[in-house]
Design a binder for this molecule. Structure first.
Ligand SMILES: CSC[C@H]1O[C@H](OP(=O)(O)O)[C@H](O)[C@@H]1O
Length: 356
């Protein structure tokens, strides 16, 4: 991976860009580790570099890593365009495994890679030339991006039906343009409200330990002119108790068949608080985040990330060297605490029973 460009992040509007973009021979990603101070892009040229970018959270967010995975899969194919179909299949099986292993919880990545591999097999069975297979894979990857963009807008439209003028809404982590193809999922409602002149107040949990809320959500919404206030994660209860937030909306990384939802660590606590304070708790996600093959939240693999992501912040140590740190990246919210699951095809309410 190479850093290719830098400029001040001020005045940069996420509506106009994509966090992950397929170019001719590389996938270009905003390096989200360096926001909000620096806007830096990195390029990855093959499956290995793309998998590393996903693992290192250069690009993050369930839909965005799915697109990065699909782009990396295509790039790998394009580097073997002069080989036989059998050799290409051998290469793509390895690329699929490498990309899939980069982060285990978000099912969108698995869904996108399965789409790409199925596209390969469909074209290979027709015995088309390898260069035509590679072109077909590029088209499928870009189709995934276009589908996600439409889905995000539709999720935003459905979210708007749940909001009232002037209300405060609390959100967790980053589920905006940086986490998707564009617009976001949970944040899409705030962008659309802004476009339509509807005033909403957003309370963004900083979202320890990786700070996606204070670093990314606050940056995105501020650039878009949305009223956003950063709070520490431990302030959520007070914000609800004071009536400042009258709803909670979050994203998702995997929704099980019964509606149990894996999302950024800290989400389950918000759902429990929302139930206690009698406010709605919404999950916003494209249907590509729903995994009917996973029966309940107990079967969702939860990624554990490096301890120093918790004990060191921007190079400053905040815990003694050698102390143990437990750093699960996600938790699972039981479906009975979820008021509604908002997707691009509609709003689902409990009891949830998702099937193929
Ligand atoms: C649009 S959903 C994004 C989803 O992904 C985030 O996790 P991470 O930043 O570790 O990729 C978080 O769980 C968000 O809800």
């Amino acid at each position: 991976m190479i850093e290719i460009r830098y400029h001040d992040a001020e005045g940069f509007f996420m509506h106009d860009v994509r966090p992950v973009e397929l170019r001719e021979a590389e996938v270009r990603m905003i390096d989200q580790r360096q926001l909000p101070e620096k806007l830096v892009y990195v390029d990855a040229k093959d499956a290995r570099e793309t998998a590393e970018a996903i693992r290192a959270m250069v690009v993050r967010g369930a839909p965005a890593i799915a697109l990065a995975g699909a782009f990396g899969f295509y790039l790998e194919a394009s580097r073997h365009i002069s080989e036989s179909a059998d050799k290409l299949e051998e290469v793509l099986v390895k690329a699929h495994a490498l990309l899939l292993a980069s982060r285990p919880t978000a099912v969108n990545l698995s869904f996108a890679l399965t789409r790409m591999m199925n596209t390969f097999h469909t074209l290979a069975l027709r015995e088309v030339r390898v260069d035509e297979i590679v072109r077909g894979l590029r088209a499928e990857a870009l189709a995934l991006q276009a589908e996600d963009e439409v889905a995000c807008r539709q999720i935003g439209e459905h979210l708007l039906t749940l909001y009232e003028e002037g209300m405060g809404v609390l959100t967790h982590c980053n589920t905006g343009g940086l986490a998707t193809s564009r617009y976001g999922t949970a944040l899409a409602g705030f962008y659309l409200a802004k476009e339509r002149g509807m005033a909403l107040r957003v309370y963004a949990d900083e979202t320890r330990p990786y700070l996606q809320g204070s670093r990314l959500t606050a940056w995105e919404l501020q650039q878009a002119g949305v009223d956003v206030t950063v709070i520490c994660d431990n302030m959520a209860a007070a914000v609800m108790a004071q009536g400042l937030a009258r709803a909670v909306v979050v994203g998702a990384d995997r929704i099980a068949a019964n509606g149990d939802t894996a999302n950024k660590i800290g989400t389950m606590g918000l759902a429990i608080l929302a139930r206690h304070f009698g406010i709605p708790f919404y999950v916003a996600a494209p249907v590509s985040t729903i995994d009917p093959r996973t029966p309940t939240g107990a079967e969702i693999p939860i990624e554990t990330r490096p301890e120093d992501e918790l004990t060191v912040i921007r190079g400053a140590r905040i815990a003694p060297v050698g102390v143990a740190a437990y750093n699960p990246a996600f938790d699972v919210t039981p479906s009975d605490l979820i008021t509604a699951i908002i997707t691009e095809i509609g709003i689902y309410r409990a009891p949830y029973a998702f099937s193929h």
